[in-house]
Design a protein around this ligand. Structure first.
Ligand code: OGA
Ligand code: MN
Length: 197
């Protein structure tokens, strides 16, 4: 392992929201962004939902992103590199914080211009396997006026995070309410959950 996750873990422990502005390299970020562009061309990025149009419509009032799940069996070097980084991160998290994470799931996400995700928690319905949320952004030169910031609500203050390439955010899925502000340009990320199953 040649990557230290101390920054992400320490800021999580101190502020309940971990932020590392250099979690992935610019090279990996660009590669993953290219993957999303290809998935869009191949029409594989799909509205999150369960295939029921009524439910999808209702959901789109809450969230407007399109997603595609990563998988270790995909023959793609950037995807493999990202997931092996996650393996290393989970290893360090388990050994320093005794978190007992033994599974995870990650998807690519695209917010087209005008899309948002209203205030929510990631552990909803009956899915209490999701212990931690980890989001990696893939957007170069993100500007304030581009919107699309992640707001993480806490009692005293609200954190406001720019979805800038290389930045990762990490927090407890059952605790932290958060929202994605309307994006004024296309916004790409990989979002996932570390799980105990
Ligand atoms: C989510 C989510 C935040 C972001 O997908 O559940 O809250 O910044 N994403 O993309
Ligand atoms: Mn969320």
């Amino acid at each position: 392992m040649n990557h230290s996750f101390d920054l992400l873990i320490d800021s999580y422990l101190e502020h309940k929201v971990g932020i590392d502005t250099a979690f992935i390299s610019q090279r990996l970020s660009n590669g993953l962004q290219q993957n999303i562009k290809q998935l869009q061309k191949d029409e594989l990025m799909k509205t999150a939902g369960i295939g029921n149009d009524t439910i999808k419509d209702a959901q789109q009032k809450t969230r407007g992103d399109k997603i595609y799940w990563l998988d270790k069996t995909h023959d793609n070097s950037f995807e493999q590199e990202f997931l092996s980084l996650v393996d290393d991160f989970v290893g360090q998290l388990n050994s320093t914080c005794y978190t007992g994470i033994n599974s995870y799931e990650f998807h690519y996400a695209v917010y087209e211009e005008g899309s948002f995700y209203k205030r929510h928690k990631d552990q909803f319905r009956n899915d209490d396997n999701r212990k931690y949320s980890l989001i990696s952004y893939l957007n170069n030169n993100w500007l304030e006026e581009d919107g699309g910031q992640l707001l993480v609500y806490q009692q005293e203050n609200t954190q406001r995070i720019m979805p800038q390439s290389q930045t990762a955010v990490f927090f407890k899925s059952n605790e932290m309410e958060h929202e994605v502000v309307k994006a004024n340009r296309e916004r790409m990320s990989i979002t996932g959950w570390l799980k105990q199953v």
